[in-house]
Design a protein around this ligand. Sequence first.
Ligand code: ZN
Length: 168
Amino acid sequence: MQIAENLVGFIHYTLKNEEGEVLDSSQGQEPLPFVCGANNIVPGLEKALIGKTVGDKLDVVVTPEEGYGDVREELVQNVDRANFQGIDDIQVGMQFMAEAPWGQQPVTVIAIEEDSVVLDGNHPLAGQTLTFSVEVTNVREATEEELSHGHVHESGESCCDSGDSCCD
Ligand code: ZN
C-alpha cells in the first residue's frame, strides 16, 4: 500500500536544521503516525511521502513556506510582568498558552526585562529550512473516526478507549 490521501502513514524521522544539528528524532520511540491530507505533518514532508511505501527511506528538504512558516515580527510581544502573577520563577524558554484573537496560541519566553516579559508566538521552527530523514514503517487504511477527527487513534481503536483528548 502506498501513502495517499485519507490513509494513515507511520514514519521514523530525524529532523535537522541547516547546520546539520539534530532537532528532533523518533529514534527510540514509536514511529510517528499521521493521517495523510489532514495537516498532521508539514505540507512539504507530506507531499514528498505521497506514493511511498513501507521500507522507503528519503531525505526531504522543507523550506519555511512548506514547513513552519516565516518568522512574523508581530507575534513577538512585550507583556507586562503583572500578567504573570502566581508564576514565581519566569525563565527564558518557558512556554505558555496565550489567548490570541484566533484562539489559543503557544508562546515562548525569549527575554525577561525589568517590568516586562518578551513572548514569541512563532513556532520554534519558523523561518528554518529543515531536513527530514524519514523511513516509512507502515501504511494502513484510516478508520472513519480517524478521518472525521483528522488525526490518528493509536492502534486504530476508538478514541474514547485510547484516551485521546479529542473525546473531552
Ligand atoms: Zn479523535
